[in-house]
Design a protein around this ligand. Structure first.
Ligand code: 0L1
Ligand code: MG
Length: 256
């Protein structure tokens, strides 16, 4: 079997069965970023073949802290499907994941397609609305450990998304305060400026990266702009809430 197809199948199975799988790069030292994106597509295509629907893209490694942690200077992207949507205010099952964490984010809803090299103004003009959001990240690798190529192949750890109320994007969202609370206790504080200095830069990067893969951002797509703070672990019994200044709050609960 082609080695990339084999990796895609292993990652897809790990996600479906909520079991960790070994990293690729320690064994396949020649595995490249370009091949990793091919594996990501092959793996997500398996989900689409099972009936899931593509709903947009996520940007990852968008904060300086995360880039330094992984030792890269470039953002990464992943694909979102409808099965990853967690209804705002609902309870998600911890058992569906390997070792889930949560990231406070903001999400864009697109009203026009976007692809290639675009200006920040063009990107903003294609946005219908902006919302407070959270991403559930859940590396399929053992101990949540990976190299850049591994995590790209694993759809940049993306496992779920929770979206709050959509707002008019014609506000200044460059530096909005963000609070992540677990069980009413503030566990992370940040600013939307942590996303590449301004979240619109994440959308500009998304347009460029999806075009490099021969794809585009479509009208109606959701684009998750990227993590704003460190990502705490999720455990059964928790109530998790993110509040973004001027955009309001978004929450979910964790059950066993
Ligand atoms: O969305 C993100 O920034 C996560 C990217 C992958 C790294 C991780 O799993 O922490
Ligand atoms: Mg994220």
């Amino acid at each position: 079997m082609d080695r990339l197809v084999n990796y895609a199948e292993k990652l897809d199975t790990a996600a479906r069965e909520s079991t960790a799988t070994p990293q690729i790069t320690p064994v396949d030292t020649a595995f490249t970023v370009a091949e990793a994106y091919q594996v990501q597509k092959l793996s997500v295509d398996r989900r689409l073949a099972r009936g899931e629907r593509r709903i947009g893209v996520k940007m990852g490694l968008t904060s300086r802290a995360k880039m330094l942690q992984v030792g890269v200077e470039e953002v990464a992207w992943g694909r979102l499907t409808d099965a990853m949507l967690v209804e705002e205010g609902s309870a998600l099952s911890r058992a569906r994941y390997v070792h889930p964490r949560v990231e406070p984010e903001v999400a864009f809803l697109m009203k026009a397609p976007l692809a290639g090299k675009v200006t920040a103004a063009a990107a903003l003009a294609a946005v219908e609305a902006i919302a407070p959001a959270m991403e559930i990240i859940d590396s399929r690798y053992e101990n949540f450990k990976f190299a850049l190529e591994d995590v790209i192949a694993d759809n940049t750890s993306s496992s779920g998304l929770v979206i709050g109320s959509w707002h008019d994007p014609r506000i200044d969202f460059s530096n909005l305060g963000v609070i992540l609370e677990i069980d009413g206790e503030v566990v992370q504080v940040g600013s939307t400026a942590a996303i590449l200095g301004h979240p619109i830069r994440s959308l500009v990067a998304a347009a460029r990266l999806v075009a490099e893969a021969g794809e585009q951002i479509n009208a109606g797509d959701i684009v998750m702009a990227g993590g704003i703070t460190a990502a705490p672990n999720l455990a059964p019994g928790q109530t998790v809430r993110t509040t973004v200044q001027d955009l309001g709050a978004v929450m979910f609960q964790v059950e066993a």
